[in-house]
Structures are given as structure tokens and as C-alpha cells.
Design a protein around this ligand. Structure first.
Ligand SMILES: O=C(O)[C@H](O)COP(=O)(O)O
Length: 211
């Protein structure tokens, strides 16, 4: 058995609360988002894990979630890498639009396709496949080698940048990934085998309310 990889989606952001497409825009966490990050951090503290390194995106909501989690596990000085490779999927021209207004304008089905299909990008933005095309190489070169060396690695990122990773780790099909939503602030703990396949996965919290 090699190391441990923990993935966590940032807590609720101000734009999540306002139901706006966010992508590469950079809103803060809400009070609830701060609470969710604390809950995720406490779950990891109870789990008893001590991390060797952490990774996050170039966006505040993920960085602040990471800071709160590290506070909870007593590791505020942990070595951390920030990279835009882990940023949320770029929502292009949809960024800043209200999701319900978009449904009223383009229809429920089209908006669902933009949000959850594998390879249909929103206008001017990235599909999940495009997102994976930058997340996956970063994972392979920067994150996975550390896990395979036996390190415990924390990644605080975003709904879709993490979905693109989970799709490969959990061996999900394009149809299965469509139905997968990640809850905010809920850590997923993966133990990897030496051949980088998944030995076990534990979810420290409730994913059922995710949408
Ligand atoms: O960028 C966004 O709007 C959210 O973080 C993720 O949105 P989604 O669940 O609509 O993909």
C-alpha cells in the first residue's frame, strides 16, 4: 500500500449561495462555507491523519478552505502548492450568470448538458474533458508521485476539477460522471495501490445533498 490522497471541494462560496456560475471568478466563502470547511477539517482531525503536503488552486475559496482545514488538523505550517491547473472548470460566457436565469433562457436540458456532460463545453468555456486535460497531467506529475512515495496528500479544489479526477480514480464512464455531484467541504480519502489504482475510498461526511 502506498500513500493517501484526500480530495475536498471548497465550502459554499458567495456565488454558490447566489446561484451564479462561477468558474474562474474568485468569490469568498460564505459563513456556511466556512462552517463546512471546519466540519471537513474536524472530520479529518477525528480520522487522525497528518498530511505531508497540500495542493490547492489559484482561487480564494479553495485556498481559504485549505487554510481552515489545516487549522483543524493542527498543521497551519504545512507545505502548500497553489496552481491554476486545479482551478474550477472555466464556465466561459456563463460565468456570473444566474443558473435559473440560464435555464429560463436556454432550457433545463441544455444547461444540464453544459453543467454535467463530459465533452460539451459552455460557450467560451471548458468541458469536463478540457478541465481534465489540465488537471490530470498536474496530478500525474506533481501529486501522484508523492502519494506513491507514501506521503499523505491533501487537495482542496473545486466541484468540476475534482470530478475530472474522481472520474479516473473511480473508473466512471461518461454517463456515470454526469450523475456525480460533490458536496462542499466533505473529504474523500483514497488509499492508492503501488500501481496507482484505488485500494479504498472513504467519504468523511454526507455526499447525498450535493447537486
Ligand atoms: O463554477 C461554479 O459555478 C460551481 O463551482 C460549480 O458549478 P456547477 O455545479 O454548476 O458545475
Amino acid at each position: 500500500m502506498s500513500g493517501t490522497l484526500v480530495l475536498v471541494r471548497h465550502g459554499q462560496s458567495d456565488w454558490n449561495l447566489k446561484n451564479l456560475f462561477t468558474g474562474w471568478k474568485d468569490p469568498d466563502l460564505t459563513e456556511l462555507g466556512i462552517q463546512e470547511a471546519n466540519t471537513g477539517g474536524k472530520a479529518l482531525a477525528d480520522y487522525g491523519i497528518k498530511f505531508d503536503v497540500a495542493f490547492t488552486s489559484d482561487l480564494k475559496r479553495a485556498q481559504d478552505t485549505l487554510t481552515i482545514i489545516l487549522d483543524n488538523v493542527g498543521q497551519t505550517d504545512l507545505k502548500t502548492f497553489r496552481d491554476q491547473a486545479l482551478n474550477e472548470r472555466d464556465y466561459g460566457d456563463l460565468s456570473g450568470l444566474n443558473k435559473d436565469d440560464a435555464r429560463a433562457k436556454w432550457g433545463e436540458e441544455q444547461v444540464h448538458i453544459w453543467r454535467r456532460s463530459y465533452d460539451v463545453p459552455p460557450p467560451g468555456g471548458e468541458s469536463l474533458r478540457d478541465t481534465g486535460a489540465r488537471v490530470w497531467p498536474y496530478y500525474l506529475t506533481e501529486i501522484l508521485p508523492r502519494v506513491l512515495r507514501g506521503e499523505k496528500v491533501l487537495v482542496a479544489a473545486h466541484g468540476n476539477s475534482l470530478r475530472s479526477l474522481v472520474m479516473v480514480l473511480d473508473r466512471l464512464t461518461k454517463e456515470q460522471i454526469l450523475a456525480l455531484n460533490l458536496a462542499t467541504g466533505v473529504p474523500m480519502v483514497y488509499k492508492l495501490n503501488a500501481d496507482s489504482t484505488v485500494a479504498s475510498k472513504e467519504v468523511l461526511g454526507d455526499m447525498s445533498g450535493a447537486h
